[in-house]
Structures are given as C-alpha cells and as structure tokens.
Design a protein around this ligand. Structure first.
Ligand code: PLP
Length: 432
C-alpha cells in the first residue's frame, strides 16, 4: 500500500508504509514490520502506545461527555488533571490553563506574561528574548521565538525577529574557562542583552532547560540555570520554561527545572503530558501572575477544544501511570544505561563527536574530526542516510534535521519512559 496516492502535503513526498498499530515501545506497519519508537514519536509517547489505563479512562469518558464548554460547566477530568499537575510540579507553580498543543502552550505563556505586565502598569514591556538556536513551535507567534532559520526564512520579511541570545553550546567553546565559568558567561550574555534592549521594555525570557529539536539534548552547565533566574529577577523579567519536550518525566524529574532547583514563573507543557493520546498542553503558572489577570477581567485566551474532558481524561491517566509505574525513576535509571551505551558507541566510532543528554532525552552528534568538531561533509548526506538506514532496520529516529549552532547533524534518542534495559540493548544493536 506504500504507493497508494496521497492528497496530503507534509514536509516530504517520501512514500511510507501505512501504520497499522502500536503497542508499548513498538509500532507495526501494514506489512507486519515492527519498529522501535526510538524517539517516542517526537518525545510524545512517553508512557508507550496503547496503554490500557489510558484507553479505559478515555472510553469511560467518551461514554459520559466528550465536550463541556468551560464557560458553562466544570468537568472532573480537567479539575482533577489540574490538581494532579500542581501536585507534581514544584511548589509555587499552582495555577493551570489547558491548551491543545505545544506551540499554543508557548504562545499562551507569553500572552499571560504580557497581560500580567499590563495589569501592573508595565505596558512598555513587550520584548520577549529567546535563544539561538532554539525551537518553540510553528505557529507564527511560537515561530517568532524559535531560533532556527530554515523555518523562519520562508516567511521573511514578514516575521519580525524577536531578540535572541546565544544558547549555551559550551562543548564547542575553545577557551580556558571552567564549565562553571562558561555557564555564567552565557547567563551574563542575557543580562547584557536585557541592558541593551532597555530592561523596562523586556517582558520575558523563554528557554528550554534541555534543548530538544534545535540543539539535540544539549544541557547547559549547572551554573547557567541559577544565574539566569537571578538575572530575570533583577530586572523583573518573567522566566518562561518551555518544557514541551522535557516535561512530564522525560529527563528523570517531572520538570527538568527541578534538576537545578529552579521555579520558573510559567511553564509550557505538552507532548508527553498527553502522551499522544489526545492533543493536550498546559501552562502552569504562579498564582501571583494569574490572580491580577483574573481580577482585571480574565485571561484573554480561549480555544474551543482547550481543556475538553476527553483530552483531560487522557492526561490524567497519563500522569497516574507515570506516578504508579515510577516512570520518572525509570527515565532516570534507563537514561544512565542509555548514556553509557552512547559513550560506548562513541568509543567505537570516530565520527561520533559528542554524546549528551539528561534522563531519556539523549543525542549523539556526527563529525568528521572529533578533535576540532568539524561537521561531516554535507555532500555525504549522512543525516538522511542514517535516519533511513535505522528505519529500514526497524528503529524510528526523530526525523527532523536539527542542526544549528552545534557542530554537525545530531540524532535524538529518546525512547518511551517504559523502556527496559533489554529493549535499550535491542535499540543499540540496530544502531550498530
Ligand atoms: N516547544 C518545544 C520545545 C518543542 O519541541 C515543540 C515541538 O516539537 C513545540 C514547542 C511545539 O509543539 P507542537 O508541535 O505541539 O505545537
């Protein structure tokens, strides 16, 4: 059925087989071939496919009501999911607004920040600093924040650039600084940028705690995180963590922010939060930001399907599953196993220049010379070849070309949080 005509237009015209079904960490095409979901779709299927608890909860909810417009009714799934989300996030993050996906979560986080600033008589604050490289989504607002030129260029000059600062890519820095000093250097670059822009005009800083699609599981030095929080506090800049990819346990904590003891002002969640069962996202914010906005008439945001009971029932079952199966603990444990496998792979293959990650968000990067971190010759088309070869051998790698600011092509390995040691070995055998 691969050659059946298609009227869809996506990024590729590549004919692919039809997906038949998926279960656990595996996906099956219509010819019965089995694939390991090596990047959890796009860091989505955290609890694995066809989870019985999620399916049962969704079916039960479908039999009751699939829609309850929130101006008329409260629904138990959305109230319960909000309560569970607050219980699982660091203290201080205690108000939730549901949305339908990651881009919308990021945009609504910025919108909430802006509306809060207006209630404080800070109308001049409208600039939102993000990083280069970065990925925050594909709607125009989220794209404005995204530091990834190939996505923005087609729309130039329509898209006005939002200010960007460099994301820490410290392993490429050729200097004598310690890791700690490098982290502080990147945070100071943010401070300098705020001063240049005029602190009274800067609304927010948006960052992924661990780079996902743009930088491939890049973790900044520890010193970066605390200093960024201090810099934002110094100038009253709202700190937004985009945890669309890192949230819901992926890195071995519910929020990646917890690794550094940071409480952002607003967090954007999606992907693993609904685990692919429903289009679901959320912003979780401090009540100090939310209450003035409610007092001033309410949050000026609303999408028809946001917070619908079916999506929230799925999200609730996902969080219950994460908690009861200790999937956050498993992500931390299996992340270490995977990282040591990646280090071993790097010892075997000279063209792997760097391996990195946190929990089960990991990546390896291809170079022609490790000492100088020279990228592979683009003519080799290594990226497509590796993705396609893995696919032919039954391993699905996140197939977005994610270079930008790093040395070469990098590949995310981020299997579902339910993965076992034996399944990691199976995945590595395919990669070899
Ligand atoms: N933010 C980050 C960090 C992401 O990785 C993504 C998607 O890859 C998004 C936002 C956008 O999410 P969505 O595709 O659900 O709109």
């Amino acid at each position: 059925m691969t050659d059946a005509p298609s009227y869809l237009f996506y990024q590729t015209r590549n004919p692919r087989p039809f997906l038949d079904r998926a279960e656990g960490i595996y996906m099956f095409d219509e010819d019965g071939r089995r694939y390991i979901d090596g990047s959890s779709g796009a860091m989505v299927s955290n609890i694995g496919h066809s989870n019985p608890r999620v399916l049962a909860k969704m079916k039960a909810q479908m039999n009751r009501a699939t829609f309850g417009y929130r101006l008329h009714f409260r629904t138990h799934p959305s109230e319960d999911l909000a309560a569970k989300t607050v219980a699982m996030t660091p203290e201080g993050l205690d108000r939730v607004f549901f949305v339908s996906g990651g881009s919308e979560a990021v945009e609504s986080a910025v919108k909430l920040a802006r509306q809060y600033a207006l209630t404080q008589g800070q109308g001049k604050r409208h600039k939102v600093i993000s990083r280069f490289p970065s990925y925050h989504g594909c709607t125009f607002g989220a794209l404005d924040l995204t530091g990834y030129d190939p996505l923005r260029e087609p729309f130039a000059p329509m898209m006005e650039g939002m200010p960007k600062v460099a994301a820490p890519v410290t392993y490429l820095d050729r200097d004598d600084l310690s890791e700690e000093a490098r982290g502080l250097k990147y945070a100071e670059a943010l401070r300098t940028r705020i001063l240049e822009l005029g602190p009274e005009t800067v609304l927010a800083f948006v960052m992924e705690p661990v780079g996902g699609a743009s930088t491939g599981a890049l973790v900044a030095p520890d010193s970066y995180y605390g200093r960024v929080r201090e810099v934002c506090d110094e100038f009253g800049v709202i700190l937004i963590y985009d945890e669309v990819m890192t949230g819901a346990g992926r890195t071995g904590k519910f929020l990646a922010a917890e690794h550094w003891g940071i409480t952002p002002d607003i967090v954007a969640l999606s992907k693993g939060f609904g685990a692919g069962y429903a289009p679901l996202g959320a912003i979780v914010a401090r009540h100090e930001l939310v209450e003035p906005v409610l007092d001033a008439g309410g949050f000026a945001h609303g999408f028809t399907y946001a917070g619908n009971p079916l999506a929230c029932a799925a999200g609730l079952a996902v969080l219950e599953e994460i908690e009861e199966q200790d999937l956050i603990g498993n992500a931390a444990r299996m992340g270490e196993v995977l990282m040591s496998e990646l280090r071993q792979l790097m010892a075997e293959y000279d063209f792997i220049g760097h391996v990195r990650g946190k929990g089960l968000l990991t990546a390896f990067e291809l170079v022609s010379d490790r000492a100088t971190m020279t990228p592979l010759d683009p003519g080799l088309n290594a990226y497509d070849r590796l993705v396609n070869l893995a696919y032919e051998r039954g391993l699905i790698l996140y197939s977005r070309r994610t270079r930008g600011g790093t040395a070469g092509d990098h590949f995310l390995l981020a299997p579902p949080l339910i993965i076992t040691e034996a399944q990691i070995a199976e995945m590595m055998a395919i990669l070899r």
